[in-house]
Design a protein around this ligand. Structure first.
Ligand SMILES: [Zn+2]
Length: 563
């Protein structure tokens, strides 16, 4: 009997510690004891992952992962923490995020007085005549919610030109010194696609510049130096990887910015993956058409194959193009910022050359206009002449869409790229702008998904904060950070946690033609992971906001580890 027991022990011992059935290569990294959500339907969860070079070579149990542990393998015990595919922000203005870290940050202010006090602090540090610039104010969070004027700013900055962007970048306020330098007065007309706001009584510009009109002032502000631009990218990337982002899709910019990204990659100073779009129409678009795309440079870190266009403005600034007038300002319904005759030749060339198009559209008229334009171009170029059969064109924001237009996205193969946090930032003023009835097609995530669309999720930082957990929470809760959502805010449009996870992993990968490369934890894909302090798929809603990124892995390299 004793001998038999020893025999059993021997068998159990042999099973537990038997060598690998087939020889497998030792991994560079093995993560074990994880609560891993793979976003792969065939194997939704796992305990362990093995990585060699920048690729995943194994996903499965702790025990089987042991086969991949060689003498040089680093084994990381996740201690039950939650790992997901590397989080991607599908709409993230990287240099804007970086400059927000550097310049006057006007977020989080709650009144005009506090706003002026903060700007005054900066003015006091400057020499007379020096420009003061900054970004991030949102008057809808102020009590009372009034736009600042040039005259408000004149009180604290009589001798310095001041120009301050609203958080959404679709409006800015300038003081009289800035207007004087720019030569703007009561006779200055509003340019196409913009508005020089004027005082109703006197007809004098009141200091607010919307959309294209901002350039009247902006062109007089001394440009940033290359060194500052580099520093902004480095700071932006540092912040992003600490929050758990492994890729950002940077919507709009120049070849000069591409050159900075490239330089920083080749010097090993940044690791975050960047999917960079160039601003169009104009010289950047001409160059992309001429030179062709860059795909997967710097070990799949940098891709440039997309043009970013604008169809309209923003809801906050009442410059988004609506089919009916604004409910809280019936004399306007916003405006389009691009003309059909400029758009059609560009769209046709993009189809022929395999260039992806993404267009900012917020209002229901802006969205209908761009869908019509995409459809017209697609009908105008014979399919045989399309370089890419599935062009995967996108509409950025798709924010207020007439319900009749929602199914058109799927039908045309157009991807609605949406920002969860806009729905929770806007819920305090969108009902006033739109009225209750129009909210039915606003931030309509579940309606889009039911119609068969996918939704790459983004933050639009620095318009919003740009944090993975705020986005994830916003998508599943559809309530503000205090848990509030008002009347008519359509809670049924919130998404499930499984859908939310896809919004920040596999769906952005698809929208970037990268679904076989990243976006899920599967053998052969890039080893991009985000590890969180809590189980975001199970914790109570409010706990999502307290969840922290504890580790970020990009291409098999641990780029951030919480202390
Ligand atoms: Zn944006």
């Amino acid at each position: 009997m004793k001998a038999f027991a020893a025999f059993l022990v021997a068998i159990v011992f042999a099973l537990e510690f038997s060598p690998a059935p087939a020889k497998v290569p030792p991994a560079d990294l093995v993560f074990k004891n994880g609560n891993i959500y793979t976003v792969n339907a065939r194997q939704p969860s796992a305990e362990a992952v093995a990585v060699k070079g920048d690729r995943i070579i194994f996903v499965g149990s702790n025990r089987a992962a042991q086969n991949y542990v060689g003498k040089n393998t680093r084994v990381i015990d996740l201690n039950g923490r939650t790992m997901v595919p590397g989080m991607t922000d599908a709409h993230h203005h990287l240099s804007g995020v970086g400059f927000r870290e550097i310049t006057l940050n006007l977020e989080g202010i709650t009144s005009l007085e506090a706003f002026l006090a903060k700007v005054k602090e900066r003015v006091d540090q400057k020499q007379p005549g020096e420009w003061v610039t900054g970004r991030g104010w949102i008057e809808t969070f102020w009590t009372p919610p009034v736009f600042p004027t040039r005259w408000d700013l004149d009180k604290i900055a009589p001798n310095n030109p001041v120009f301050l962007d609203r958080a959404d970048g679709h409006g800015a306020v300038a003081n009289s010194a800035a207007l004087k330098i720019a030569g703007v007065d009561k006779n200055t007309p509003s340019p196409f696609g913009g508005e020089v706001s004027k005082d109703k009584q006197s007809g004098e510009p009141n200091g607010m510049f919307l959309d294209a009109a901002q350039d009247l002032i902006q062109r007089h502000i001394p440009g940033t130096t290359a060194a500052e631009a580099e520093r902004a990218i480095i700071l932006g990337v540092k912040r992003d990887i600490e929050l758990g982002w492994t890729q950002v899709k940077d919507p709009g910019g120049s070849y000069a910015e591409v050159a900075i990204d490239s330089k920083l990659y080749s010097e090993g100073k940044i690791k975050l993956r960047i999917y960079k779009a160039l601003s169009a129409p104009g010289p950047e678009a001409d160059k992309l058409f001429h030179d062709g795309p860059k795909i997967g440079e710097y070990a799949n870190r940098l891709t440039v194959r997309t043009l970013k266009l604008y169809a309209d403005g923003s809801l906050g600034s009442r410059s988004a193009a609506l089919l009916q007038p604004y409910s809280d300002k019936p004399d306007t319904s916003g405006f389009l910022t691009i003309k059909e005759e400029d758009l059609q030749p560009l769209l046709a060339e993009a189809l022929r050359k395999g260039i992806q198009i993404e267009t900012h559209a917020i209002g229901d008229r802006g969205n209908r206009f761009i869908l019509d334009q995409y459809e017209k171009a697609m009908n105008g170029v014979p399919r045989a002449e399309w370089k890419i059969k599935e062009p995967r064109w996108r509409v950025e924001h798709s924010q207020i869409v007439n319900p009749a237009d929602i199914p058109r996205f799927k039908k045309l193969g157009i991807i609605p790229s949406m920002q969860a946090s806009h729905a929770i930032g806007d819920l305090h003023f969108a009902p006033a702008r739109l009225g209750i009835a129009r909210l039915r097609g606003a931030y309509a995530w579940q309606s889009f998904l039911k119609s068969g669309s996918i939704i790459p999720g983004g933050s639009d930082a620095p318009v919003e904060r740009g944090e993975p957990m705020i986005e994830f929470y916003a998508a599943v809760a559809r309530k503000d950070l205090k848990g509030f959502s008002g009347e008519g805010w359509h809670p049924e449009e919130a998404v499930t946690r499984e859908q939310a996870l896809k919004m920040f992993t596999i769906w952005p990968a698809y929208a970037a033609f990268e679904e076989t490369l990243r976006g899920s934890i599967e053998n052969g894909k890039l080893a991009d992971f985000t590890v969180f302090s809590a189980d975001i798929m199970k914790v109570p809603e409010m706990e999502i906001l307290k969840t922290r990124c504890v580790m970020t892995v990009i291409g098999g390299e641990i780029v951030y580890e919480a202390k």
